[in-house]
Design a protein around this ligand. Structure first.
Ligand code: MBD
Ligand code: FE
Length: 280
């Protein structure tokens, strides 16, 4: 498929997300055949039951087949899975972990963003739109020990809802960075408040949304991965109070503990949020 690289399209951001996932070092396949068989059977049984219960027709079957092909052609498998499936995987994974809540990673994480120190200015363009935001806090372990040198990877969309490296024309590391907490586990991050976010609507996921009468919105959010020596890393997102989509996120990834409480300050907003990490 040819993709016009100069405009933000589902096919372009999907192709980027698919490409990146295909080379992700975290993807390992060591599931034993008995478990693969059991899981595949159960998923297929759920599909068969839906067809029987709702008397699915050949027209509907063919529409599904054509849509599934389209998801792949648009490179939207990462988007589809992270929006409609990942939240349950995260729910199960986090049941056995104490400390701060996490939520889904989504399709737009990039590892190894530039290191910016403990007082960090995320890279922005001249005239970057949005409200300046100072986000600060402390990283501690569950026993209360400040975690010196904890690492916070942060990434978020710009005021138009675009992520660097997934939409065209944005500097490589715009609004992305790796922040290292100081000796007291404290960090100070200067960025721009993100805007509410619409998942791409011009591809197969958008087609499902309009065919079902759903909406494509996620509330404005910051993505983070927070880790430290001897502790379990958390992947999380933080949200802003009053966002109309905090209660109906298309990706079902909002939890009450993840909504920030920002204050107005000179020239923008400030917010404090501490992270508590479970031991390994
Ligand atoms: C996003 O920015 C996102 O965070 C998720 C989960 C899905 C699509 C786009
Ligand atoms: Fe996101």
């Amino acid at each position: 498929m040819t993709v016009d690289e100069s405009v933000a399209t589902a096919a372009a951001s999907g192709a980027n997300a698919t490409q990146r996932f295909a080379t992700d070092k975290r993807v390992v396949a060591d599931t034993p055949p008995e478990r693969v068989s059991m899981l595949a059977r159960e998923v297929l049984s759920a599909v068969h039951a839906t067809i029987r219960d709702h008397q699915v027709t050949y027209d509907e079957y063919n529409a599904l087949k054509s849509w599934l092909i389209q998801v792949g052609q648009d490179g939207e498998w990462p988007l589809f899975l992270d929006v409609w499936v990942e939240h349950v995987v995260e729910e199960v994974a986090s049941e056995s972990r104490d400390g701060s809540k996490g939520t889904i990673e989504g399709p737009y994480y990039v590892p190894e963003a530039p290191e910016l120190g403990s007082e960090a200015w995320l890279p922005t363009r001249d005239g970057e739109q949005g409200t300046p935001l100072l986000f600060e806090g402390q990283v501690r372990s569950v026993d209360g020990t400040p975690l010196s040198g904890a690492t916070l990877e942060i990434w978020h969309a710009d005021a138009d809802g675009f992520y660097s490296q997934f939409a065209p024309g944005i500097p490589e590391w715009n609004l992305r960075g790796t922040v290292t907490a100081d000796a007291d586990g404290r960090f100070h991050i200067h960025t721009m408040k993100p805007a509410p976010y619409q998942i791409p609507t011009d591809g197969a996921c958008g087609k499902l949304i309009s065919a079902a009468g759903w909406h494509p919105w996620r509330p404005a959010h910051l993505h983070l991965k927070v880790g430290a020596q001897g502790c379990q890393q958390i992947t999380t997102q933080l949200y802003f109070p009053g966002d109309p989509h905090n209660d109906d996120d298309v990706a079902s990834a909002v939890k009450p503990e993840l909504v920030l409480d920002p204050q107005d300050i000179d020239g923008g907003q400030q917010v404090t949020y501490d992270f508590v990490l479970d031991r390994e």
